[in-house]
Design a protein around this ligand. Structure first.
Ligand SMILES: [Zn+2]
Length: 396
């Protein structure tokens, strides 16, 4: 603990210290070790501090083999004098709020439902705890959130104590400690005793608020997503912006947003269905039109631009089922590709599989089908008209 100023007082934002050493780690990153420091290193689920030392950026802080390494963006020049360090307080205080909030919420779940917290993650935006339960109801989540916020409102002190393993028996720890000596307890009187090496505010009121956002089943556990402190305001702000935008877009008040969205989705589905029906009818007209246009009412050849092969297949089927003596050759030019559909009615004798097999090599194409219906595609190595001529000639 010696030299760890953040344990003496978590509110120290600036300090001075002698440099013990400056070295590079195996990856070639420069770091300095100080006689004392207020920079909190990564640990106990809490991310490291940021800030400056002698106006140089501290980019990472890690505790390795008992020394606290302050990684700097470039090495320090003057190591002889005392250096001054300044913590990025906004980041640190946020971590203190989140960390203490997690203690409170975990304790609330434990008190109310005996759901143990088995892991904790403090992310940039959100926090998660994994509870040892396979399910969590809306009611349970609400109750835990209410109790946690009640503890915050009561502004109870948050105390820290260093104890030995023997002294531990005087406390009822929420979770067994991993450390066996110099155990640091974080205590919220009459509510929570927990072993923890992180930084916390001096009273629960500073956590400000806790809001559970969501939860999901994770194997045999439940992962609860939440935020504390100023992040609650940030979340409210983000969500409010989205909501306001949606109320404008949907032209509905906030409370009716759900119905308005449902209506929109249903309308979309109906429009889609209608469009499908109209397309189908249009194809039927197109099929009739092509049949009428064909002189012998038998051989129909067309070149299209940018039509899907599915659409042309449908159109060819409509024609051949309407007129059993019809032969259909469709070519569609889609950018640098040619797509072919060759079909005949039930009364025809021509082999469409053979026709397409003769045509495809001309365009490095692939395809196949049956005697009466075949399709394929390849590169546009010739025009659609040229390809159609080739197909028409193959039936002569
Ligand atoms: Zn803690």
């Amino acid at each position: 603990m010696e030299g760890k100023l953040y344990y003496q007082d978590a509110y120290i934002q600036s300090f001075t210290a002698q440099v013990v050493k400056q070295e590079q780690d195996r990856a070639g990153n420069w770091y300095i070790v100080l006689k004392q420091t207020a920079f909190y290193p990564t640990g106990g689920g809490q991310p490291h501090d940021l800030g400056t030392i002698e106006d140089q950026q501290v980019v990472n802080v890690e505790e390795v083999a008992g020394e606290i390494r302050h990684y700097l963006d470039r090495p320090l020049q003057d190591l002889g004098k005392e250096v001054s360090g300044i913590i990025n307080w906004k980041r640190r205080f946020d971590h203190m709020q989140q960390h203490a909030g997690q203690h409170i919420l975990s304790a609330a779940f434990d008190h109310l439902f005996a759901f143990k917290t088995v892991s904790f993650h403090l992310g940039n935006e959100l926090l998660t705890i994994d509870l040892e339960t396979e399910s969590l109801t809306e009611k349970e989540a609400k109750k835990a959130e209410e109790l946690a916020n009640q503890i915050i409102l009561e502004n109870r002190p948050i105390e820290t104590k260093w104890v030995s393993e023997e002294e531990l028996s005087q406390y009822s720890l929420r979770k067994e400690t991993k450390v066996k000596e110099d155990i640091r307890l974080v205590i919220i009187p009459d509510f929570d005793d927990n072993g923890c090496g992180g930084t916390h505010p001096k009273a629960t009121g500073e956590v400000f608020a806790i809001k559970i956002l969501d939860w999901e089943k994770q194997k045999k556990k439940t992962r609860v997503q939440f935020v504390c402190g100023n992040r609650v305001i940030k979340q409210l702000d983000q969500k409010q912006k989205v909501l306001l935008e949606l109320t404008k877009l949907l032209n509905a008040p906030e409370k009716e947003m759900e119905q308005a969205t449902q209506r929109l989705l249903e309308n979309g589905k109906m429009a889609e269905k209608l469009l499908e029906q109209l397309q189908e009818r249009l194809l039927q007209y197109e099929a009739k039109d092509l049949l009428q246009k064909s002189e012998q009412k038998k051989l129909i050849g067309e070149v299209f631009q940018n039509r899907t092969i599915q659409e042309l297949q449908k159109l060819a089927r409509l024609i051949t089922s309407e007129e059993e003596t019809a032969i259909v050759f469709f070519v569609s030019q889609n950018e640098n590709r040619l797509q072919l559909v060759c079909a005949r009615g039930a009364a025809g004798m021509e082999n469409m599989k053979k026709v397409i097999a003769n045509a495809l090599p001309l365009i490095n194409g692939k395809g196949g089908g049956s005697d009466s219906f075949a399709q394929g595609g390849g590169e546009a190595l010739m025009s659609g008209e040229q390809m159609l001529q080739h197909l028409l000639e193959s039936t002569k």
